[in-house]
Structures are given as C-alpha cells and as structure tokens.
Design a protein around this ligand. Structure first.
Ligand SMILES: *[C@@H]1O[C@H](CO)[C@@H](O)[C@H](O)[C@H]1NC(C)=O
Ligand SMILES: *[C@@H]1O[C@H](CO)[C@@H](O)[C@H](O)[C@H]1NC(C)=O
Ligand SMILES: *[C@@H]1O[C@H](CO)[C@@H](O)[C@H](O)[C@H]1NC(C)=O
Ligand SMILES: *[C@@H]1O[C@H](CO)[C@@H](O)[C@H](O)[C@H]1NC(C)=O
Ligand SMILES: *[C@@H]1O[C@H](CO)[C@@H](O)[C@H](O)[C@H]1NC(C)=O
Ligand SMILES: *[C@@H]1O[C@H](CO)[C@@H](O)[C@H](O)[C@H]1NC(C)=O
Ligand SMILES: *[C@@H]1O[C@H](CO)[C@@H](O)[C@H](O)[C@H]1NC(C)=O
Ligand SMILES: *[C@@H]1O[C@H](CO)[C@@H](O)[C@H](O)[C@H]1NC(C)=O
Ligand SMILES: *[C@@H]1O[C@H](CO)[C@@H](O)[C@H](O)[C@H]1NC(C)=O
Ligand SMILES: *[C@@H]1O[C@H](CO)[C@@H](O)[C@H](O)[C@H]1NC(C)=O
Length: 590
C-alpha cells in the first residue's frame, strides 16, 4: 500500500487512522505482541482514532531500532540499551523465537524453512544460471532474523575478506585486525571445545553469542580428518577462524548446551530484555521510512495486520534499519530512496536518488551431492524409523545429548582452484586475496532432502564462496506489502567449475554443467544490496559509518552494507557489523 504521498494520503483517509502518544516511563522492558500491549504496560501509548494523518504527537524514545529480519539488529538493541539514558524499541516483523522446536534443536535446522511460520516465504526470479528455475529463498520471519533459521555454521572468512572491506571503503575500522575486539565481544566459546579441534588463542570466551564444536560424533568424522593426512590438496586446518581459512577443519557452530544460539537467544536473552529501556514489539512489519524534515528520515511506518492500520513512530535520535539484505532495500525503495527514474515508473514518489539501492545482490551457490555408503548409522536411519526418531528427541529433551545437539554439518573445507587455471586468463580472481577460498566443501553424515526407501548416504556439498556474479533486488509493484523481485543471479557469471563430485567421471564438461544447473541452489547468504562506499563516492548506499548517504537520522546495520560477500557463512559478518555499528552510534551521540 505504499506509493506516492498523494495516493498514500488518500489511502490513509479511507482507513482507520491512529495517533500514537508515547511517553516512556520507567518500567520493565518486554517482548510484546501488540501496540496495545504497550499501553497496558503503563507505557502510555494512547490510541486516538481520527480522520486525518497518522502522526506521532510526542516521543521520548531516543532510538528506535527496527529488526524485522536481520541478525545484527539485536546486537545494536543490546549494546545501545547498555546505556540507561537510551531508550530502544525493536520492531520485529515476525514471530517469537520461543518454543519453536525446529529452530531450537540444531539438527532440525533443515526443517525450520522454507515456507514455515518462521519464514518470509520468498522465492527468486527465474535463475538463468539454474536453467531457468526459480527457487525458494528463505529468510527468518522471527526474532533474531536469519540467525534463528540458519544451519548454525560460524565461520569468519579470511583476514583478506575484511581487509578488502577496509580498502574499498577507505575505513581501516573494517579491517580484520580492528575487528578482533568485536570478534571477542561477540563470541563466548564454550564446551564442547575439544583440544585439537580449534585454537583457543584466536577466540573469545566472554562474549554474548555462544559458539562451540561438535558434541556428538558422526560416522564421517574420522574419515574426513584422515583424508587430510593422506591427500596433500586437502590439508588439515586446526582453526579456519584464525584469519587463515584454507584447508579442512571442524565446524564451529552457534550452539549452547545442545540448543541454537541466535541473536535473539543471546543479545535479546531475558536478562537484557528485562532492561527498562528496551522494548521489543513483534508482528510489526515496517512498510516505509518517512521524511520528517528535509533530508531527515527518522520516522517509521509499520503495520501489525496486513489489512489493518498503519502506525508511525519517530525516533529522537536515529532510525536503524536492520531488515537484512532483502528487507532493507525493499523498505528503502518503497520509501522512495533508490533509482528515482525506476521508482517513478512504478508509481513511487522518489524522495532521495540513490541508484545503488538493491543493486549488486551477491550470494553463494551450492549443489547438494550425496554418495551411497556401505554402512548404517547415517541420519536416514532415524528418518525411516519413527521409534528411533522419538528416542533421539526424548534424549535431547531430557539430557541435551545425542545426535540432535549438532547441526547436520560436521566439517568444512575451504579451497582455491589452482593459480594457473585458464579461467584467470579471461577473468580477474574474484577472491579477496591469495589466501581466500574460491569454494567450500561441506561434509555431512546423511542425505539432505527426502531419502529413498533404502540405502545410507553421506553428503559433500560444494559451494562457490567468492562469486563473480551479481544480481539485484527490485520491486514488482508500489504495494509495500508485496514481495520484491529477488534475483541473486546464481551461477550467473562464467564461474569456476564446481568439483565434479557425485557425477560420473566420464561425464563431459557440458554434462557436468547441465547437472549443476539442474540441481544447484543457494546457501542463502544474500548480501551487498545497500553497500558501504567511501564518503563522497558516486555509488553505494551508506558511508563507512553506515549512515545512508546524503540523509540524516537513518543508518543501515545488516549484511546489506557488505562491500563484498565474505568467503564464509555470513552470520559472523552480520554480528561484526552489529557490534561495530553500536560503537559508531555510541560515538556519534557522545
Ligand atoms: C501504484 O501505482 C499505480 C500506477 O501508477 C497507481 O495507480 C496506484 O495508485 C499506486 N498505488 C499506491 C498505493 O501508490
Ligand atoms: C509463510 O508461510 C507460512 C505457512 O503458510 C505462514 O505461516 C507464514 O506466516 C508465512 N510467512 C509470511 C511472512 O507470510
Ligand atoms: C574448554 O572450556 C572449559 C570451560 O570453559 C575450560 O576450562 C577449558 O580450558 C577449555 N578447553 C580448551 C581446550 O580451551
Ligand atoms: C536508473 O534506472 C534506469 C532505468 O530505469 C537506468 O537506465 C539508469 O542507468 C539507472 N541509473 C543509475 C545511475 O544506475
Ligand atoms: C556495484 O558494486 C561495485 C563495487 O563492488 C561498484 O563499483 C558499482 O558501482 C556497484 N553498482 C551499483 C549499481 O551500485
Ligand atoms: C560392505 O561391507 C561388507 C563388510 O565389510 C562387505 O562384505 C561387502 O562386500 C560390502 N558391500 C559392498 C557393496 O561393497
Ligand atoms: C527402530 O528403532 C528402534 C529403536 O532404536 C529399534 O529398536 C528398531 O529395531 C528399529 N527398527 C528397525 C526396523 O530398524
Ligand atoms: C544443559 O541442559 C540440560 C538439559 O536441560 C541441563 O540438565 C544442564 O544442566 C544444562 N547444562 C548447562 C551447562 O547449562
Ligand atoms: C598447473 O600446474 C600444475 C602443477 O604445478 C600442472 O600439473 C598443471 O598441468 C598446470 N595446469 C595448467 C592448466 O597449466
Ligand atoms: C552415472 O552413470 C550411470 C550408469 O551409466 C547412470 O545410471 C547414472 O545415472 C549416472 N549418474 C549421473 C549423476 O549422471
């Protein structure tokens, strides 16, 4: 229901209109379901139905922060509310993360999405690189954003990834070395922390987000690790999170005592949500940010019910948009912040010309490959035997032990194609540097998806982690509640051939290409749709301090600001952006 100011006003006149009066008094923070609940909590939100504009009368809210879908937003909410003089409200579009078994049990991660109550249920446009297929594109519709629904891998990428961020933005603060304090603030490494499976020297033990190693052995562990001693091209890496990522090692994962650690369970844990100056409103779907004064965007518009009224709230200091790489550009575009000529053509009144919004969408591609093995003990056993599955769940429930305490993936490997590969004669190396991976191999003791009636399997999943292709996020209409057009352009450039596992060695390159296009998919790591660029650059969406270029009052704090996608699972980078942004915001306000 977005659109030009005129049509917006007409729409509003025909709707129930609401004036919100907000005066925050000292009382316990809380996670709330309904704007009306804030009222009951003695927060003095008064609803007055009038004919006219929806307008906020008074607000003593210092900072309004919008989570909606991002991992990083919860970090900012936590860090800013450390200061009792700041008052923070989180608007979350989705549902509560509490009691959702499929997101709490690490092994159930594949059940969390797509098309569930905790998913935005997006799909991509027809992907040329995938033979014209459109694929589901899950994003967390739940507190904690996609950190609540991902597969829990916690990988930093390479030192070079972040040093490139610093180089491209002209801000040393984004370099690996300068991010180390934030790594330690984020990370709370806890048992299982087996000696020989990680390097304690490069980890934080007192942060907020719990990270640990595999807690239950799988059938492939010893085989994968043995390979590293037998084949020189697959070396062992004690700790892929040291800054040097290449080789095979044990996966580090966001698991706390057998349950998922997300930005919701960690940064919005009960002891933080109890702060009197922190409030979280669920089911609050942000439709637009609105211009309060010339070039100042500190007002947010949201709905609690798709057919219902629009609410607006203004922040005294800043609006922080942490809606993720899909949500953030979608909200900006509906607000008129984007390519003015494209927006006009859609019937959206341009408010600020920033043509990079939504452009440069970058993602990792993968292909699930599985192999029949001569064994029992892979996870298909429990998928075919309800009694065994029930036993495993009972064990997890009562003791937090057994196979369900880990995500499905066990080890990860990070590799480069040879330096003398002919592709480098035609294309520059897309990796951040000579020690950054082109591709990843993900090892797992079972087959992803519905298993055939018999047989046991393992999976080795290759993923392109330094992609050359770029896609885009655009709008299909001026209805701010409609889904955007998501084109990650998977395998869209002349890519490095993914390892030919799982296909016959006699197959030709063309046959391999076809197999990959018919079966490939995404790791769901969208990033870069609101990129940072140097201050004054004629491209990009935010400055290196994450303020939207040319505007006051509005910052973006999520993975959409990444100038390049790191060669890593992306939750770590989102946490880094959240931690550093918190310091930048604190500095800005003294
Ligand atoms: C969307 O654009 C169409 C075509 O320009 C226009 O008729 C319609 O009123 C617009 N709707 C909104 C909500 O702005
Ligand atoms: C996604 O689909 C599920 C199942 O139909 C539904 O419960 C959920 O609300 C949908 N998500 C959104 C954002 O509409
Ligand atoms: C593992 O964690 C425990 C408890 O935090 C600690 O005492 C121990 O030293 C750690 N072990 C290693 C190898 O880091
Ligand atoms: C804005 O979009 C138009 C197409 O609508 C395109 O021709 C133009 O190049 C874009 N502007 C920039 C600066 O990217
Ligand atoms: C895409 O990103 C590159 C830097 O990686 C930048 O040079 C280019 O201008 C961006 N394109 C748009 C449309 O913003
Ligand atoms: C499976 O392993 C058993 C025991 O080692 C062996 O006898 C059998 O030949 C193997 N089957 C296949 C198909 O390799
Ligand atoms: C299913 O699992 C139960 C419990 O572990 C086990 O006793 C039973 O033999 C299994 N059934 C089959 C057909 O393997
Ligand atoms: C882990 O969870 C189990 C089951 O709820 C509980 O008994 C145990 O005390 C917990 N351990 C830690 C270290 O919190
Ligand atoms: C690359 O170098 C390796 C050994 O260093 C050699 O075996 C291989 O043939 C070379 N490949 C190309 C395409 O030159
Ligand atoms: C490999 O070859 C066998 C025998 O020709 C065939 O049945 C199988 O489908 C092939 N597998 C793939 C992935 O092409």
């Amino acid at each position: 229901m977005g659109g030009s100011r005129l049509t917006m006003t007409l729409w509003m006149l025909s709707s129930i209109l609401i004036l919100l009066t907000l005066s925050i008094t000292l009382c316990s923070g809380a996670i709330l379901d309904n704007v009306a609940d804030l009222n009951k909590l003695n927060l003095k939100f008064d609803f007055i139905v009038v004919g006219g504009e929806a307008r906020l009368i008074t607000s003593r809210t210092m900072l309004i922060y919008l989570s909606s879908r991002g991992t990083a937003g919860a970090v900012v909410a936590n860090r800013l509310s450390e200061n009792p003089d700041n008052s923070v409200l989180v608007l979350e579009a989705g549902v509560s993360n509490a009691d959702v078994l499929d997101i709490i049990v690490p092994f159930f991660a594949p059940r969390a999405t797509p098309n569930t109550a905790v998913d935005w249920n997006y799909s991509t446009t027809a992907q040329v690189g995938l033979g014209g297929r459109s694929i589901a594109y899950p994003r967390g519709f739940v507190l904690g954003g996609s950190s609540s629904v991902n597969y829990l891998a916690y990988t930093r990428g390479s030192k070079e990834d972040y040093d490139r961020w610093a180089r491209v933005t002209g801000d040393e603060g984004w370099s690996w070395n300068r991010l180390i304090p934030y790594m330690r603030r984020n990370e709370r490494f806890t048992p299982p922390n087996t000696t020989g499976e990680f390097n304690p020297a490069v980890h934080g033990f007192n942060g907020i987000n719990t990270v640990s190693l595999q807690g239950f052995p799988t059938l492939i562990d010893s085989r994968v690790i043995e390979t590293t001693t037998e084949l020189a091209e697959f070396p062992f890496n004690l700790d892929m999170n040291s800054g040097f990522q290449l080789g095979i090692g044990w996966e580090q994962q966001t698991v706390k005592n057998g349950s998922r650690s997300s930005s919701a369970t960690s940064y919005l844990a009960p002891e933080f949500v109890a702060r009197p100056n922190l409030h979280v409103l669920l089911h609050a779907r942000v439709t637009r940010v609105l211009e309060s004064n010339s070039n100042t965007f500190r007002t947010v518009e949201f709905v609690q019910d798709l057919a219902g009224a629009k609410f607006t709230l203004s922040a005294r200091k800043e609006l922080i948009l942490s809606a993720g790489s899909i949500g953030t550009p979608n909200i900006l575009l509906h607000s008129g912040i984007g390519n003015s000529s494209t927006l006009s053509a859609l019937g959206i009144k341009p408010t600020h010309n920033l043509p990079s919004v939504g452009q440069n969408l970058t993602d990792h591609s993968l292909i699930f490959l599985s192999f029949l093995v001569n064994s029992t003990g892979t996870w298909e056993d429990a998928e075919r035997n309800a009694t065994l599955a029930a036993e495993q769940l009972a064990q997890w429930t009562t003791l937090r032990t057994g196979p369900l305490i880990d995500p499905p993936t066990s080890q990860l490997g990070w590799f480069r194609i040879p330096d003398n590969s002919s592709i480098f004669e035609q294309f520059p190396d897309p990796a951040a540097g000579p020690n950054t991976a082109h591709y990843e191999l993900i090892f797992a003791s079972g087959l992803f998806g519905v298993p055939p009636p018999t047989g046991n399997f393992i999976s080795i999943v290759p993923a392109v982690v330094s992609p050359a292709s770029r896609g885009s996020l655009t709008l299909q209409s001026n209805d701010s509640l409609s889904a955007p057009l998501i084109d990650p352009n998977l395998l869209g450039s002349e890519n490095f051939v993914i390892s030919p596992f799982g296909v016959n060695s006699t197959d030709s390159d063309d046959e391999l290409d076809e197999f990959i296009r018919e079966n490939g998919g995404s790791v769901y790591h969208p990033s870069g749709t609101a990129k940072m660029s140097p201050k004054g650059a004629n491209w990009g969406v935010v400055d290196p301090d994450l303020r939207v270029k040319g505007l006051d009052g509005l910052r973006v704090v999520d993975l959409s600001v990444a100038p390049f996608i790191p060669a890593a699972h992306t939750q770590f980078a989102a946490y880094m952006i959240g931690e550093r942004a918190s310091d930048l915001i604190k500095e800005a306000w003294g």
